[in-house]
Design a protein around this ligand. Structure first.
Ligand code: 5GP
Length: 190
């Protein structure tokens, strides 16, 4: 998506450790009309599928998942991050290693909100090593819900996540795929 690539070039800042900050439109301040444009593109890609639920993980995933859910006319469910092991048996939970924070957290959803009959579209802001998506996939597997695919705003294609998730036979659609990035050289796209 050219518009997104241009926005990343214009507004993105590359930090050491190959972390891209897009705080001006996605990760801090949110460009709401632009989120709707991204959602329209996810809708175009997945409109041939039956989708009953959008699943993301808090916090940044929610901003883009919200208009996607609105477009499909289905609920948006987000995994809650918890630092302490939650032992309540009314929840599905999965462990996720955080790329940006370097710690491990649990992602939790209540069982009542995800059912075997659900057909789930996973949405997230970034795909790096694939840990966040794997957590969401694990939650769907626990519920017996079918995964229709994943929609990612920015895939860091030089990291292993895309290959790992696609290798599991899951459709992954990324609106921008970064081939490489560097504080000095800038950002190049696939
Ligand atoms: P993964 O779990 O695929 O390694 O990383 C994806 C998650 O880490 C996303 O949910 C996102 O919040 C965060 N993340 C990974 N890389 C970046 C990055 O370069 N910039 C930002 N802002 N978040 C990232």
């Amino acid at each position: 998506m050219e518009l997104l690539q241009q926005k990343i070039i214009d507004e993105g800042v590359v930090y050491p450790g190959k972390v891209l900050k897009v705080g001006s439109f996605l990760n801090h301040q949110i460009d709401v009309p632009f989120m709707s444009t991204l959602a329209q593109e996810f809708y175009r890609l997945y409109q041939g599928e039956t989708v009953t639920k959008i699943l993301t993980v808090e916090t940044s995933g929610i901003a883009v998942a919200y208009p996607v859910a609105e477009r499909f006319g289905v609920p948006l469910l987000f995994g809650k991050k918890s630092k302490s092991a939650n032992l309540a048996d009314n929840c599905y939970r999965a462990s996720v290693v955080s790329y940006t924070h370097g710690n491990t957290y649990e992602v939790i959803i209540e069982k009542q909100f995800l059912k075997e009959s659900d057909r789930v579209l996973l949405i997230d802001d970034f795909l790096a090593n694939g840990c966040a998506l794997e957590g969401l996939i694990a939650l769907c597997e626990q519920a017996g819900a079918k995964i229709v695919g994943a929609g990612i705003v920015i895939e860091k294609a030089f990291q292993e996540g895309g290959g790992k998730i696609r290798g599991r036979g899951i459709r992954v659609e990324s609106l921008a795929r970064i081939a490489d990035m560097d504080e000095k050289e800038g950002i190049s796209f696939l």
